[in-house]
Design a protein around this ligand. Structure first.
Ligand code: SF4
Length: 338
């Protein structure tokens, strides 16, 4: 493994010093440029490589099949067309009420404040999402507030991807303050992969914003493999839970990355060590460019059956699929509709 001493660097400088060149990434990992088969560079032009050096530091040098590397390295197979794999698998354009607002569920709605992520996950279901046309500007706040107030069922806002923890603390605090001013809101969920890929994002300033909010904060991180959770990352996550901030994890089941009951079992135990509860295990959303991560239903069933056998119930993530237009995630297991 490469020691970048990333623990010493503040998160802002790490965020502005991402690796974006596939050849540099391979060089850092002492891998041959031939790893990039013809087409991979084009794939990276279509969905750019972005990966923090702290995350690269958790990869195994010299291993072209490292499960962390496979999640971020552009692949020529992304260029293939496959029936059913589309640019907007969850039909989110239909749920896009106004810039930044996605209202898909009854009691909660998603607010996307930024299109930026610290890392580009090759399987991301929003890899084609037209963020630039959908970001709310400051002046859109009053419209968002009016929309929220017109929906009396809503008691929770979810800040979602792009990744809200790429925002500055000033901007994050401003939006949290705005949401706090709406009495019907009780919960604020933050979906973020940043605490995993740049653990220094979880600093005193962020913890202070989260723990002092009137809203009950639930941070949902995204980790797919125990190797993403080194001791330093776990110590940062523990800081959050020690301040009574609920931290959950969602993972995506990915061929070549974590399609093994043992890998998923290790992930759950590692999360629990860090004070994080496993929440969802998503099957892959059928987004164009991610077909090579897909698994057959029978194989998913076998893996999940062993996960159920391996783990105490409180550490078993719910196996779910999101189905466009449904008002909740659809639980799976033993059904043939993956
Ligand atoms: S961090 Fe989340 S939103 Fe961003 S690319 Fe990865 S999966 Fe997609």
């Amino acid at each position: 493994m490469i020691n970048y001493l990333y623990q010493e660097q503040n998160w802002q400088s790490q965020l502005s010093d991402l690796i974006t060149d596939p050849l540099e990434l391979l060089e850092q990992l002492r891998l041959s440029p031939e790893q990039l088969l013809s087409g991979a560079i084009l794939a990276s032009e279509q969905f750019k490589l972005r990966v923090p050096r702290a995350f690269v530091g958790k990869m195994v040098t010299g291993d072209p099949l490292d499960p962390l590397l496979l999640q971020v390295l552009p692949h020529h197979l992304e260029l293939e067309e496959h029936p059913g794999f589309v640019t907007d698998p969850l039909a989110e354009e239909n749920a896009n009420q106004q810039p930044g607002v996605l209202h898909k569920y009854k009691s909660r709605f998603l607010l996307t404040l930024t299109g930026a992520c610290a890392v580009h996950c090759r399987y991301c279901f929003r890899r084609h999402f037209p963020y630039q046309e959908n970001l709310p500007k400051n002046e859109d706040w009053l419209n968002i507030k009016a929309y929220l107030e017109s929906q009396s069922d809503i008691n929770e806002v979810i800040l979602s991807g792009g990744d809200p923890l790429t925002l500055s603390n000033r901007k994050l605090a401003l939006w949290i303050e705005r949401l706090e001013s709406i009495p019907q809101l009780k919960f604020l969920r933050i979906h973020s992969r940043v605490p995993v890929v740049i653990p220094n994002r979880v600093d005193e300033a962020l913890i202070s914003i989260l723990k002092n909010s009137r809203l009950r904060i639930i941070l949902v991180i995204h980790s797919n493999h125990a190797s993403e959770l080194d001791d330093f990352t776990c110590s940062r996550l523990k800081e959050l839970t020690q301040q009574h901030i609920t931290v959950l994890n969602q993972a995506v089941l990915l061929k070549g990355v974590n399609n093994s009951a043992q890998v998923l079992t290790d992930l759950s135990y590692r999360l629990f060590d860090a004070g994080v509860m496993p929440y969802y295990l998503h099957v892959l959303d059928k987004v164009k460019g991610a077909h090579h991560f897909d698994l057959m239903p029978d194989s998913i069933d076998l893996i999940y059956k062993d996960v159920l056998a391996n783990l105490p119930g409180y550490l078993v993530p719910k196996l779910v699929r999101e189905i466009a237009g449904e008002k909740n995630k659809t639980p799976l297991f033993g059904v043939s509709t993956y």
